[in-house]
Design a protein around this ligand. Structure first.
Ligand code: NOJ
Length: 772
């Protein structure tokens, strides 16, 4: 069988080589069978490489920013001025931040029609949570734990972006982070590597589809490789210092999962790892990614990260930085302009092996072939398609669906929610309630301001209740470096009186408070993670006249809100939910969608607890000792537990867990965990049932709990289902400090429930060895 397959591949290669030489469409690929297609692509890549000069290969490794939007520091005067000249010479392989069919067409035409070999550009863009029609920010979407909805949201993003000329997104960000101060937590899937891996897979499948040459799909990019989410003290771009066990067991798994699902590109990161910047890190990019994981796509640097190795104190100048990055396996230079300037010289001096240049160009060309760019370089450049696709109603329906699923009900005392429909006076308070821009969140370059449905607009669609609104106070935009911030007086309390007066006579007060959409994201770290400006004071003042408050939070990171938790009866985590934000929030508040979201990150009681995460290690002094004993691992002024744990989220239904059974089958090498889940209420609802394990004693210590399974279960009122999970060595093992996956026989605990603070627990004894 194998032999026959090889013969077919050889024949195909010969046929394709023949047709390459012969016709005008020498670079086109057309076959449906994926093995044949891969062989064809490989042969065409090799054929093309054989015709390229060293400079043209290096050209493929060069990526320039477009001419308008900047998503990194502005290049110095004159740098990049050679863009057009280089484009015409075939010294540019990719551009980012060129968008819209007309503009993409303009640069693509130069690459295809004016360069010697006519190699099309790959066009990259940060399609992080949509293009023009926006889904919730990724952290919010992760709170849905709904992999189908997350995949659908990436599909929508891909289709819309592809119609606007883009064929490569710099997403998903698969960095695990435990630090709410870090502004980029909004862009990831939270603190857990298991959940993070499943979400990474869903997003990649959504972006890339089944076949990258489908014009509705785009190439995805797993970023930032690696460790970026562990920036010290949550300050963006800061030094990272993690141990090997954390690297292998927490940071790398979502990246490895991304390669397994077939992600086509990686982006490296700004941070260093063990003193070596990730961009110049051979251990990460060659040893692990390309050798151990067999990744055959390409790695793009982050914005200017090759040059930044000088500031890191690793490379002494641009030339050495280019040498280090290329040797370490960074295939494409984003905005450092160093490959195009330095690599040819470095090859001639023998400092960079030409084979590495050819390998990088091969990887880049491979992805371009897979995208079908050689079949039709303008396949993403159809003006009619762009017009018909952007903002389609079905996209709005899809982003509304995932937005409602992303909302997390944190607290609901006395069933204040859902709101009654009719004969209610509702006071709506907070600048964010009337904001049509902030819900779009960070990373929304292609979406116009004021295009989100505000909470107020969403609520007003529900007739029957009287709605009155007062701003109360402004929210900081977080754009402290831009003049915009200066026009907003975030200390102004002059709106408090009006807010209190409408609250006084209301049946229910909905307060929409939190962060502005630009207060999280890249370069937007905070040292305080409470309500910015005077919003906390506003909340307390309003509470003094009416305690019936529903606090709707808009934020891009976990916030520490102990006062609200203690006093406010209902709290709804509504993040930044994208274009359909207000509609999604209104549906949840009125009970037209029964909330089902669960937190993907722990919410601390105060910033001093950060980093705080559920899968911590047991210390030598873990348990609260006898009263008066001080020598145990704790704070003297705050408890060790979070305000809201990972996995927490309520519903208007009530779920009961019972009858846990754990069966270890040491012959079949599976542990079967099953339990009953009952909807003990009169409302249909959904619950994310969660399964955690603890490997009690191991050669490398294991966390007190590790998520190893979850299922989103929908239950009719009164319905009960038996839920079953099978644990295999995929879930039961861990990485040792050499990075080898291992599993150790012995005692394990199993925990089951609706959050990481689980309700059922059992044990099993694992008696088999890992298969080699
Ligand atoms: C810098 C960011 O770190 C990265 O995630 C992004 O994709 C690039 N800029 C391009 O905008």
């Amino acid at each position: 069988m194998k032999f026959r397959k090889e013969i077919i591949i050889i024949l195909l290669v010969l046929v394709s080589l023949y047709s390459c030489n012969k016709s005008d469409d020498r670079l086109a690929v057309s076959s449906n069978n994926s093995d044949n297609k891969n062989a064809l692509i490989e042969s065409k890549v090799e054929d093309l490489l054989s015709k390229m000069t060293l400079e043209e290969k290096i050209g493929q490794m060069n990526q320039y920013n477009g001419f308008w939007d900047l998503t990194g520091p502005a290049p110095s005067e004159g740098a990049g001025a050679k863009k057009y000249e280089h484009l015409r010479k075939g010294y540019v392989g990719s551009m980012l931040n060129v968008r819209g069919v007309e503009d993409v067409m303009a640069v693509q035409k130069i690459a295809v029609e004016e360069t010697r070999l006519g190699i099309p550009l790959i066009i990259g863009f940060d399609v992080i949570h949509g293009y023009e029609t926006l889904s919730p920010i990724p952290l919010a979407e992760s709170a849905s734990w709904d992999l189908e909805a997350i995949k659908k949201s990436a599909e929508v993003a891909a289709e819309e972006a592809a119609a606007a000329g883009i064929n490569w997104t710099f997403a998903p960000m698969v960095d695990i982070s435990r630090d709410a101060r870090w502004g980029r937590v909004m862009e990831g899937a939270g603190e857990d590597p298991f959940l993070g891996s499943r979400i990474a897979e869903a997003r990649i499948k959504g972006f890339q589809g089944e076949d990258l040459s489908d014009p509705k799909t785009i190439a995805a990019c797993a970023k930032h490789f690696a460790g970026y989410g562990f920036a010290e003290a949550g300050r963006d771009y800061n030094t990272v210092d993690v141990g090997t066990s954390t690297l292998y067991n927490t940071i790398l798994p979502p990246f490895e999962a991304s390669t397994r699902i077939g992600v086509r590109t990686f982006m490296n990161s700004f941070n260093e790892l063990n003193g070596i910047p990730a961009t110049g890190n051979k251990f990460l990019q060659r040893d692990i990614l390309k050798d151990k994981w067999n990744f055959d796509g390409f790695v793009v640097s982050d914005w200017g990260s090759i040059t930044e190795m000088i500031a890191h104190g690793h490379a002494k100048d641009g030339k050495q930085a280019a040498e280090m990055a290329a040797n370490a396996g960074s295939d494409m230079d984003m905005e450092s302009y160093l490959y195009v300037e330095e690599l040819a010289g470095l090859v001639k001096e023998g400092k960079v092996d030409e084979k590495l240049i050819t390998d990088a160009a091969r990887r880049i060309l491979r992805v371009k072939f897979e995208l079908g760019l050689f079949d039709d370089p303008y396949k993403y450049c159809d003006l009619d398609r762009e017009k018909a696709t952007l903002g389609k109603q079905e996209f709005h329906d899809a982003v509304l669906d995932v937005a409602q699923k992303s909302i997390v009900l944190l607290k609901n005392e006395n069933n204040l929610l859902p709101l009654k429909k009719g004969n209610q006076k509702i006071a709506v308070i907070g600048a964010l309630a009337n904001d049509k821009t902030s819900p779009l969140g960070s990373w929304r370059i292609a979406a116009e301001d004021e295009t989100a449905v505000s909470v107020l607009e969403g609520l007003k669609q529900y007739n029957g209740n009287e709605i009155v609104y007062a701003k109360g106070a402004d929210v900081s935009t977080g754009e402290t470096v831009f003049a915009k911030e200066l026009t907003i007086n975030t200390k102004d309390k002059s709106g408090f009186a009006e807010a209190k007066s409408i609250a006084k006579t209301a049946d229910v007060v909905i307060m929409v408070l939190g962060e502005h959409g630009f207060q999280t994201g890249e370069a937007r770290s905070r040292t305080e993670i409470d309500l910015p400006g005077v919003q906390q004071e506003l909340l307390e003042e309003v509470y003094s006249v009416n305690k019936n408050i529903v606090l709707v939070l808009n934020n891009g990171r976990p916030l520490a809100l102990p006062w609200a938790d203690e006093h406010v009866p209902a709290i709804v985590e509504a993040w930044q939910l994208g274009t359909q934000s207000g509609n999604a929030i209104a549906k949840v508040l009125y009970g037209d969608y029964n909330p089902s979201g669960k937190l993907p990150m722990s919410f601390p009681r105060n910033v001093g607890q950060v980093p705080i995460y559920y899968n911590y290690k047991s210390t030598g002094r873990p348990n609260e000792p006898a009263p008066g004993e001080v020598f145990w691992s704790h704070y003297t002024d705050q408890s060790n537990t979070p305000l809201y744990p990972f996995g927490h989220g309520l519903s208007y239904s009530k779920f009961e867990y019972s009858d846990l059974s754990v069966q270890a089958n040491n012959v079949e090498k599976t542990v079967t965990v099953s339990f009953n889940l009952k909807n003990d209420s009169k409302l249909k609802g959904k619950e994310v049932a969660q399964l955690y394990i603890q490997d009690l004693f191991a050669s490398v210590t294991r966390p007190v709990r590790e998520l190893k399974g979850f299922e989103l279960v929908e239950l009719e009122p009164g319905e009960e289902k038996r839920i079953e999970f099978a644990l295999t060595e995929e879930e039961l093992g861990f990485y040792d400090n050499e990075g080898n996956y291992t599993m150790e026989p012995g005692e394990f605990k199993v925990y089951v429930g609706g959050s990481s603070i689980t309700v059922l627990e059992d044990k099993f004894d694992l008696q088999w060895e890992i298969s080699q």
